[in-house]
Design a protein around this ligand. Structure first.
Ligand code: CUA
Length: 357
């Protein structure tokens, strides 16, 4: 009997080491696989680096915990299963083990504390005020974003594209005109809800020039999926040039010549405007000439067939004045009158009238 018990405890120690061995190997494989997977889009902000490092640490810590627990559970299920003839047997009685219990309480507590402190430090750093911050007001509505920049004389400059200077801290003041939306630039890793009646704040410092998607990350109605725009990160000089060209900026010192050049059409044809002005007409409407085939809004080949330019103009500028059968008010962004220049509206109207004759 005595020798059998010695053998059993030696055997069970071997079992324990086997289990831990399998768990350790699986953990290493899990961590390598986890770090090898390209989880996120390109890092385009200061914050993205910090968030991704935090993610890598979380992954490195949680994968072994998960894999080890699963390895032990699966191993025990297989190793200590009931064999034929053992149906009525009971396992050996188990007594508590203070030492083991202290260990399995202390280790997770320490891990949790370290992760909390690290996450807190990252959050503090990301949310902390930075020098030379530019404010951008972000306003969501069904189903578009509009970005407002501080102009002169307290006037704001509206844009459908989020132009940002590289390497400058941006403070976004996020608002909504109607329901909940969520302002998200995945490449910046920053994201915040736009909550009716409040202004939410989020910061990011773009570090890489390029074009990145701006996404609505809160289900906000029929057009939620097309509530996508672009963030263009450009050099500081290019940003200043762009800002000067925006309508709405009152610049008393500007010469008439300057004013004139700013008023020129950007040179886009009606068709180009149809597929490029954010949010694009083509993302919601079917129009054979432009090769678009979305059904979020009315099919323009049918809805505008033989219609006058005035009718088409109203459809763009006051979309809720004429709702096509089967559609409801509020689906089309109501502010193209703010975001399109008058000559762009003209070009778009002429183009649509021509191709839907
Ligand atoms: Cu706005 Cu989803």
């Amino acid at each position: 009997m005595g020798s059998e018990q010695v053998k059993t405890s030696r055997e069970s120690r071997i079992e324990l080491f086997k289990m831990l061995g399998i768990g350790a190997v699986a953990s290493v494989i899990g961590i390598i696989a986890g770090l090898a997977i390209d989880w996120f889009p390109i890092q385009a902000s200061e914050e993205a680096k910090q968030i991704d490092s935090l993610w890598d640490l979380l992954l490195g810590v949680s994968v072994p915990v998960f894999v080890l627990v699963q390895a032990i559970v699966l191993y025990c299920v297989w190793k200590f299963r009931v064999r034929p003839g053992e149906e009525d047997k009971d396992g050996p009685p188990i007594h508590g083990d203070t030492k083991i219990e202290m260990i399995w309480t202390a280790i997770p507590a320490i891990i949790l504390l370290v992760l909390c402190v690290y996450a807190y430090l990252v959050l503090e750093d990301i949310e902390g005020a930075k020098a030379d911050t530019m404010d951008v007001r972000v306003v969501g509505e069904q189903f578009t974003w509009t970005f407002y920049y501080p102009g002169e004389d307290g006037k704001e400059i509206a844009s459908k594209e989020l132009y940002l200077p590289v390497n400058r801290s941006i403070s976004f003041d996020v608002q909504t005109k109607d329901v909940l939306h969520d302002f998200w630039v995945p490449a910046f890793r920053m994201k915040i809800d736009a909550v009716p009646g409040t202004t939410q704040h989020v910061r990011a410092t773009p570090t890489r020039e390029g074009t990145y998607p701006v996404v609505c990350a809160e289900l906000c109605g029929l057009g939620h999926a097309v509530m996508r725009q672009n963030a263009r990160v450009v050099s500081g000089a290019a940003f200043e040039t762009w800002l000067k060209e925006q309508p709405g900026k009152t610049n008393p010192g500007a010469t008439a010549g300057n004013q004139g050049s700013a008023g020129q059409p950007a040179g886009l044809s009606g068709k180009e405007l149809f597929t490029s002005v954010q949010p694009t007409c083509s993302s919601c409407h079917t129009l054979a000439d432009a090769g678009s085939n979305s059904s979020t809004g009315p099919n323009l080949d049918d809805a505008l067939e033989g219609k006058s330019e005035e009718y088409i103009r109203q459809g763009i500028l006051e979309p809720d004045q004429q709702i096509a059968a089967g559609f409801s008010a509020g689906i089309m962004p109501p502010n193209y009158d703010e975001t399109l220049k008058p000559e762009e509206v003209d070009a778009l109207v002429k183009y649509l009238a021509k191709v839907t004759k």
